[in-house]
Design a protein around this ligand. Structure first.
Ligand code: IPE
Ligand code: IPE
Ligand code: MN
Ligand code: MN
Length: 412
């Protein structure tokens, strides 16, 4: 039974008493007045009940904090609060103090140092649906906490991805698994980061069963899709065994939609939509279609930057050529190279850390001018996505514009 129904029933039951109450008015109009008064009471009570039910709340023991009104500053302030709350959750188990110390270090090293686009997208999507530039502090803290769960998920994926890709740097610092006291314990650390997502989720949304289940399922399903994408990424080729017959732009699309687009673009949009109360499945399908296109473009850019980006700017050293990846550049090169060039690529692709082999592959990319192909692709994808956004009906489209503008021509 809804709060409104209960209030209505209570109001009706109360009517006879009101009717009998002595009022300084003649009987007929007093009856009318009583009925009016009772109806008004019921209406007010119903309204209060509805407002109370829909007013967002924070968990009673949420870390105290003072927000500044500056988006980035406040997002980081929420992060500080969340790390404290995660550590408080660990402390319930009364483990040796180094446990909490390590968790703090794990989170601070791996969670907050990226561009934070995924986390901020949750807040942006929420505001977009609410058609509000300003939201209350409570609403902000809820959206930000939910945003951080996506950054926690990103941290987990990156810690694991760097092991599997044998990467050296990430966000301008050594990869976590390369730290002398971490090494392959990083596998368990990835798991810990994932568990922390659900500590935060339960703490902030556990009391709102319907919303909680929706958010939980979204994150869980997307994690699965991403792991499947990573599976495709890792198994399309075997290490050091070149078989270009297995590469194609269709194979590529599957890999990148699963490994990147779902968790990087659809998930934060959909979480913001859920938090803002969107229920229409068609709108989620619509968001997914557009986010898949944006995510595809984002990964093409990532592949481009892997080869042509400045490591100081992108914060990582490219590994796609040495790792035998079915990336966008090699697929473009294979589509337009001569027989001799293909042989040269076969000889030098996937040679591990071998600067001269990598340089030979990059030289062929240069000769084939795949860089120009990338620029053309970026323009075409931008136009295509802009046209898709223009067709959006049933919800505000500015969240998609925000994402597209954020990534278009990005240098990092
Ligand atoms: C890197 O993502 C992983 C990919 C999906 C390509 P970002 O480029 O968004 O990395 P951060 O979080 O900003 O460091
Ligand atoms: C990684 O793709 C996608 C996930 C982390 C799930 P990449 O392997 O291309 O990402 P980078 O280039 O290492 O950031
Ligand atoms: Mn990688
Ligand atoms: Mn990459």
């Amino acid at each position: 039974m809804s709060a409104a129904t209960v209030m209505l029933a209570a109001g009706v039951a109360f009517l006879p008493y009101l009717a009998k109450a002595p009022l300084p008015l003649p009987p007929p109009s007093s009856d009318v007045l009583s009925v009016l008064l009772a109806t008004l009471l019921v209406l007010v009570a119903t309204l209060i009940a509805l407002v109370l039910k829909s007013t967002p709340k924070l968990p009673p023991d949420a870390a105290p904090m003072k927000l500044t009104g500056d988006l980035m500053k406040d997002f980081m302030i929420v992060f500080e609060g969340l790390t404290k709350e995660v550590i408080a959750d660990v402390n319930q188990y009364k483990l040796p103090p180094r446990t909490a110390e390590y968790m703090k270090r794990l989170m601070e090293y791996n969670v907050p140092k990226g561009k934070l686009t995924r986390g901020l997208t949750v807040i942006q999507a929420y505001k977009s649906i609410k058609k509000a530039d300003k939201i209350s502090d409570v609403e902000f803290r809820r959206a930000a906490a939910l945003g951080w769960t996506v950054e926690w998920l990103q941290a987990q994926f990156l810690v694991m991805d760097d092991i599997m890709d044998a990467s050296e740097t990430r966000r301008g610092q050594p990869c976590w698994y390369l730290l002398p006291d971490v090494k392959l314990n990083a596998i368990n650390d990835g798991l810990l980061l994932e568990c922390q997502i659900y500590v935060i989720l339960k703490k902030y949304f556990g009391a709102e069963t319907e919303l909680y289940v929706q958010l939980f399922q979204l994150i869980q399903e997307t994690t699965h899709q991403t792991a499947l994408g990573q599976f495709l990424d890792l198994t399309t080729s075997e290490p050091h065994k070149v078989d270009f017959g297995r590469f194609s732009l269709d194979v590529y699309s599957d890999i990148v939609i699963y490994k990147t687009a779902f968790y990087s673009f659809y998930l934060p949009c959909a979480l913001g939509m859920r938090l803002a109360g969107v229920n229409d499945p068609k709108l989620y399908d619509l968001a997914k279609t557009i986010c898949i296109e944006i995510g595809h473009l984002f990964q093409v850019q990532d592949d481009y930057l892997d080869c042509y980006g400045d490591p100081d700017t992108i914060g990582k050293i490219g590994t796609d050529i040495r790792d035998n990846k079915c990336g966008w550049l090699i697929n473009r090169a294979l589509a337009k190279c001569s027989v001799e060039q293909r042989k040269e690529l076969e000889k030098n692709y996937a040679k591990g850390v071998d600067a001269s082999a990598e340089a030979k592959v990059k030289k062929i990319f240069k000769d084939l001018d795949v860089e120009s192909d990338f620029r053309a692709h970026e323009e075409a994808a931008y136009k295509k996505i802009t046209a898709m956004i223009a067709e959006v009906k049933g919800m505000p489209s500015d969240i998609f514009t925000f994402l597209l503008e954020k990534i278009y021509k990005r240098k990092k």
